[in-house]
Design a protein around this ligand. Structure first.
Ligand SMILES: NC(=O)c1ccc[n+]([C@@H]2O[C@H](COP(=O)([O-])OP(=O)(O)OC[C@H]3O[C@@H](n4cnc5c(N)ncnc54)[C@H](O)[C@@H]3O)[C@@H](O)[C@H]2O)c1
Length: 249
């Protein structure tokens, strides 16, 4: 008996990094996954990596595009025959010194990280079963640990934690659980991006990003997401789970 046998999961950000690792982990435990992402090629790579016993269906959509989200959630519910668990992983990062922070940077971070998460929660909540439904939103350790040049990203992830906390209270009468997950520094395409450390910034400030346990792997975060969405976490809601290799001790 697998922990996710018969469980239908709607997952954003499934084309790369933590989202791909989550799709693989959940399908390995029996889940029927519906993966959404901007990247068609990345979704195809994720689907190719899934060997069962679970399954994956995919859809290209921008999580910040309201009509696209409404259509994606409707199709996910039809394709899977319902939605038991929503996992919001899609996100964008930007490292920007304050002096060069633009309105465009702020809007992009908040549109994807906050608006995208909120839209999927709004659209999926009505499908989640009372008593067993769950939402897992990926935030970041940056929300609760000051990291230089990440003020806008950190603020967007702080909003994800606050949104999740209030949503947990709102959905508690239905016994639907809402958790956020805050990874520390994880080796993915996001952290390998060339603009992760912009020219001219003092790289020594970034020392605090590195955890006593080293840089995390995407499958280590996926393992905690899988736990949070499962009945193993049945008595946890309205909480942020840090998965940071001891960065914040
Ligand atoms: N890697 C880290 O160190 C780290 C740490 C803390 C939190 N996080 C968070 O984890 C999540 C996953 O990050 P990752 O490191 O796996 O990055 P990643 O870049 O490998 O994956 C992010 C995925 O989100 C998708 N995406 C971005 N914008 C989208 C949009 N508008 N619509 C649909 N899909 C979109 C991308 O196409 C990509 O597949 C993000 O929310 C990120 O902020 C990452």
């Amino acid at each position: 008996m697998n922990r996710y046998d018969g469980v239908k999961v709607l997952l954003t950000g499934a084309a790369s990094g933590i989202g791909r690792a989550t799709a693989i982990r959940l399908a390995s435990e029996g889940a029927a996954v519906y993966g959404v992402d901007l990247s068609e090629a990345g979704l195809a790579e994720t689907a190719a990596a899934i060997t069962g016993p679970g399954t994956i269906a995919t859809r290209v959509a921008d999580v910040a595009d309201e009509p696209a989200v409404i259509a994606a959630v409707r199709d996910a519910a039809e394709t899977l025959g319902g939605i038991d668990v929503l996992v919001n992983v899609a996100g964008v990062h930007r490292t920007t010194p304050l002096a060069s922070l633009t309105v465009d940077d702020l809007m992009r971070l908040f549109r994807v990280n906050v608006v995208g998460t909120a839209l999927f929660c709004r659209e999926a909540a009505g499908h989640l079963p009372d008593g067993t439904g769950a939402i897992v939103n990926v935030a970041s350790l940056s929300a609760v640990q000051g990291n230089p040049y990440m003020s806008a990203y950190s603020a967007s992830k702080g909003a994800v934690i606050s949104f999740s906390l209030s949503l947990a209270a709102e959905l508690s009468p239905r016994r639907i659980r809402v958790l956020s997950i805050s990874p520390g520094s994880v080796d993915t395409p996001l952290t390998r991006a060339p603009d992760m450390f912009p020219d001219g910034v003092d790289a020594s400030y970034f020392g605090r990003l590195y955890a006593p346990f080293g840089v995390g792997a995407a499958d280590q975060i996926a393992a905690v997401i899988a736990y949070a969405g499962s009945s193993d976490a049945a008595y946890q809601t309205g909480v942020d789970l840090r998965v940071d290799g001891g960065s914040h001790m």
